[in-house]
Design a protein around this ligand. Structure first.
Ligand SMILES: [Mg+2]
Length: 312
């Protein structure tokens, strides 16, 4: 773990640093509130060891600030203090601390407490992962997709870079299930999910299960022509896989229909507008006979034209 040690005493920090490094942790140090919060924000430590009594803002204040800096996260904070009354421990926990040790803590107690926190952090990470993963396909689920899409639109807007959203689904999937059963249907979705995952070559590309037999892909930094190339590659993969589909109206193998929307988002573009547009394109692909991808470029909404003023 990377551990941030906050203490105004140089000697205390040095002693802790030596102990932590012996345990195999990386150590960051801060001697006051400003430095502590800056490092917490920039270096993202896995755990904080926090002194309570310091000149200026004390450890309790720093803990409250740290908690407000990560409303959706939880970095473990262990207080280290010379104060040994129950009320001190109580105040430390109330301020957002996870544990409270009286100084000087024995190296073995400190090591044990760090192990507990490490274990909790791992469990928390696993839970977050589970809550964002679709169990059948192991792709991201709808919840993770929604979060990610909003983030990627915001950064594309900031960077004035293109973004493409793809919605696609398996053609005649109900017929597939009717003909081969739901377990075969699940296997089909798994196979398609694996292909979508493979098609996402760049680190920020995201494939997600949108719901049922629908999938969604976020392709940051991808303009319309790049999206067309992506779709072509995906179609080739699906065709090559040649999963038999006994009751498709378009082919004797499984095929996909997709809708793609690309744009450089301005302030009028949000997730729901992109999804609506991709949905419209997907609908068009279905209407044109399925087994194809339809791409659209999102029009910028024109600013209202200035009214002409007639002076008579
Ligand atoms: Mg102190």
């Amino acid at each position: 773990m990377t551990v941030l040690v906050v203490d105004d005493q140089t000697a205390t920090r040095a002693a802790l640093r030596a102990q932590l490094m012996q345990m195999g942790h990386r150590v960051l140090e801060a001697e006051g509130a400003d430095d502590a919060l800056r490092q917490f924000h920039r270096r993202r430590p896995d755990l904080v060891l926090l002194d309570v009594e310091m000149p200026g803002h004390d450890g309790l204040w720093i803990a409250r600030e740290m908690r407000s800096l990560e409303p959706d996260g939880w970095t473990p904070i262990i207080f280290l203090s010379a104060r040994r009354h129950d009320i001190d421990l109580w105040q430390g926990i109330a301020a957002g601390g996870d544990d409270y040790l009286v100084k000087p803590a024995s190296p073995m107690v400190l090591a044990a407490k760090l192990r507990v926190m490490e274990r909790l952090t791992l469990m928390r990470r696993r839970l977050v992962e589970m809550s964002e993963t679709d169990p059948l396909t192991s792709l991201r689920n709808r919840r993770a997709f929604d979060l990610r899409l909003a983030q990627e639109i915001a950064s594309a807007r900031r960077e004035r870079s293109p973004i493409t959203l793809v919605l696609c689904d398996v053609d005649c999937f109900k017929n597939y299930n009717d003909a081969l059963g739901h377990q075969a249907g699940d296997r089909c979705l798994k196979a398609i999910g694996a292909m979508l995952n493979l098609a996402c070559r760049r680190p920020r590309d995201v494939a997600a299960r949108y719901g049922g037999e629908e999938f969604a892909l976020i392709l940051p930094g991808t303009p319309r022509d790049g999206a067309a190339a992506f779709a072509l590659k995906l179609e080739q993969m699906v065709q090559l896989a040649g999963l038999p589909h006994p009751r498709s109206v378009v082919a004797n193998t499984v095929t996909l229909s997709g809708g793609m929307v690309s744009c450089i988002p301005d302030e009028t573009v949000n997730a729901s507008r992109l999804i609506a547009a991709a949905d419209e394109a997907l609908y068009a692909a279905k209407a044109q006979g399925r087994d194809r991808f339809v791409s659209i470029e999102l029009e910028r909404r024109p600013k209202p034209a200035p009214r002409e003023v007639c002076i008579l």
